[in-house]
Ligand binder design. Structure first.
Ligand code: FES
Ligand code: FE2
Length: 362
């Protein structure tokens, strides 16, 4: 038995309007370049949206991002040395200031013709994160996620995973929580999650896609039940999954005892999933996980961190395998059959494609 040819044709036609690994990046957006502690007085390379960059901090602690390619003969500045706030190319010694301007050419008595330099990128620090603006236009005033992130009322922890898969697949994974019952059956999934009722708010003008799924009554998995004191208690599990920007997706958990349903406590668990494409098929996957209860309890922080790491590694392994399989499939044989639970993800991918290519709706 194979999928009906007419269904394959229809799926391929629909797929042309959806973002995938072949869709150009969206540059006009703040992306996470790293956690604050990733960058110091040692120049470090990181590729963001296919661009090789070098990161370092000035003596005053300000983070700097420059194009990694020296304009003379393309030596990586990340293999060069810092001299106070300047970076001195390790090949022939061109010196660049922290704005990327070349200020010295040793081979011509130190003189540097004007107008030579490497591109400098705008950075903004927010709590534990450093964001980078990759576009040519003026950076957006607001960062995608705010202002709770990094505040004392929201203690949490960070994770970084190198994901050998497209950032589009990761966003789709996050808007499609039916996979919890299967991919995460051994961690934070429960069998009742996939078929639970949900509501959608899809805004293809603003590029905001929200899915709220409520499972009730249910038993919470360990990662939520233990910190909230709900082990073995009939509970409500309400999860909001929201695509905010190409670089940001927020999952908000509201979990409470069924007996408190008429007046639930204001406890929330936030997980900011912050994918930054490295290349079309590799992604820097930053995660910041926080809560607004047990704010002084470091055991809760550690426990949730470990439990969630195990679950997110299941996503990473799944998406890695998926990416490998797609890359081995000839483009003419690629197709995806979607179901009603995929509506939010399909709308998000349609918006990504339209935004990336400037395509008109057809
Ligand atoms: S390649 Fe950098 S100075 Fe020559
Ligand atoms: Fe997952």
């Amino acid at each position: 038995m194979q999928t009906d040819k007419r269904l394959i044709d229809a799926a391929q036609r629909a797929g042309q309007h959806l973002a995938d690994r072949d869709t150009p990046f969206i540059f006009d957006c703040w992306y996470v370049a790293g956690f604050s502690e990733d960058f110091d007085r040692t120049p470090r390379s990181r590729t963001v949206l296919g661009r090789s960059l070098v990161f370092y901090r000035t003596e005053a602690g300000e983070a700097v991002a420059l194009s990694d390619r020296c304009v003379h003969r393309s030596f990586p500045l990340s293999r060069s040395r810092l001299d106070r706030d300047t970076i001195v190319c390790g090949y022939h010694g061109l010196r660049f200031d922290s704005r990327g301007q070349c200020i010295e050419v040793p081979s011509q008595a130190g003189n540097c013709p004007s107008g030579i330099g490497v591109r400098a990128y705008r950075l903004r620090e927010q709590g534990p994160l450093i964001w980078i603006w990759m576009g040519d236009g003026e950076p957006a005033v607001d960062l995608p996620i705010g202002p709770w992130l990094g505040s004392e009322q929201w203690p949490g922890s960070n994770q970084y995973h190198y994901l050998p898969a497209s950032y589009v697949s990761l966003h789709e994974n996050l808007l499609d929580l039916t996979h919890l019952s299967f991919l995460h059956a051994g961690t934070f999934g429960t069998p009742d999650f996939a078929a639970a009722p949900y509501s959608l708010e899809l805004d293809e003008t603003k590029g905001n896609f929200k899915l709220v799924r409520t499972v009730s009554p249910t038993r919470l998995p360990r990662v939520w039940a233990e910190p909230l004191g709900l082990t073995g208690i009939e509970s409500v599990r309400k999860t909001t999954s929201e695509f905010i920007a190409p670089s940001a997706h927020l999952v908000s958990g509201h979990f409470y005892a069924l007996s408190d349903a008429s007046n639930p406590p204001n406890t929330r668990i936030y997980t900011a999933h912050l994918p930054t494409p490295e290349t079309a098929t590799t992604t820097h996957y930053f995660i910041h996980h926080a809560r607004n209860f047990a704010t002084q309890d470091t055991h809760v922080t550690q426990f949730m961190h470990e439990q969630l790491s195990a679950a997110f590694i299941e996503d990473i392994e799944g998406l890695t395998a998926l990416e490998k399989l797609v890359s081995m499939t000839p483009p003419s044989e690629r197709f995806e059959i979607s179901f009603s639970a995929d509506r939010a993800a399909v709308a998000m991918r349609r918006w990504l494609k339209k935004t990336a290519t400037g395509a008109k709706e057809s």
